[in-house]
Write a protein that binds this ligand. Structure first.
Ligand code: BTN
Length: 260
């Protein structure tokens, strides 16, 4: 469906020509009391944020740069799964809208043929016992025609995979509709238990050998590296890795997972 469903969680959209970061803008709105369901979308970000303090290239007109305001009644630990829920929604949205096989590289990348097409950065404001709001920020390389050389073997766009220009509004609607369903299931239990099966089917790392790196990938401590076979996720969103020392639960945060 290329329109927002009547029961879509997304109730209001703020469309901006240019912004520093849609995450920053959505957080600002949330601080001012904006309710759940407002989506901030921008044509261009001048200071797009990536994970681990990195930037996110967000040139005008070609991508989908958006952030959604959520106010789930959850504890901070529970809210960590918002990113995984958003990744599922993007994977499904692209699959339906663009007829492409998509997968999730745990915890927060959506990939096509092994290359990253979308990154997600969730920012939250919380008290020890509950969260004020969570803002998943979603960056989708929709109509990007080329990437800088150093990214070309790791990044892709929908355009590069299909040779067609994507209708960005239709894709945003598909992602928001899918997000609505997944998010409601997640809130039913406060964890991913109702979504585990579907997540596992989307997980590209499943039954693959992975290398878990702690800290920034560039300066990861080789002493703390861990090799194993990814088996799936737990209901709290940790990655299950079968290692020589038994099954380990890897919690997202300062880790990166590589295929071997
Ligand atoms: C990553 O993979 O490092 C996460 C990238 C997240 C990028 C999106 S684009 C929309 C939103 N606004 C931002 O500043 N970042 C996120």
């Amino acid at each position: 469906e290329s329109r927002l469903k009547a029961d879509c969680l997304c109730r209001k959209v703020e469309c901006l020509e240019q912004v520093d970061s849609t995450n920053t803008r959505a957080k600002q709105l949330a601080e001012l009391g904006e309710p759940e369901g407002t989506l901030v979308v921008a044509e261009e970000q001048t200071a797009g944020k990536g994970r681990r303090g990195r930037g996110w290239a967000s040139e005008p007109g070609i991508g989908i740069w958006m952030s959604l305001i959520l106010r789930p009644r959850l504890k901070p630990q529970q809210a960590a799964s918002v990113t995984l829920v958003a990744a599922m929604a993007v994977a499904k949205g692209i699959r339906e809208c663009c007829e492409l096989e998509t997968g999730i590289k745990w915890p927060n990348d959506v990939v096509i043929h092994g290359k990253k097409v979308c990154g997600i950065l969730t920012e939250t404001s919380s008290e020890p016992d509950y969260i004020h709001y969570a803002v998943p920020g979603i960056g989708i390389n929709a109509n990007t025609k080329s990437f800088p050389e150093e990214l070309a073997d790791r990044a892709t766009s929908i355009y590069l995979e299909t040779g067609r220009k994507t209708d960005r509004n239709a894709l945003i609607a598909a992602v928001m509709n899918a997000f609505t369903d997944y998010y409601r299931k997640y809130l039913e239990t406060g964890d991913l238990s109702l979504l585990l099966e579907e997540y596992d089917q989307m997980l590209v790392n499943k039954d693959q050998e992975v290398l878990v790196l702690y800290g920034m990938a560039e300066e990861a401590d080789p002493e703390k590296m861990q090799k194993g076979i990814a088996r799936g996720i737990t209901s709290s969103g940790a990655l299950l890795v079968d290692t020589d020392e038994g099954m380990k639960e890897i919690v997202s945060g300062e880790v990166s997972v590589r295929g071997v």
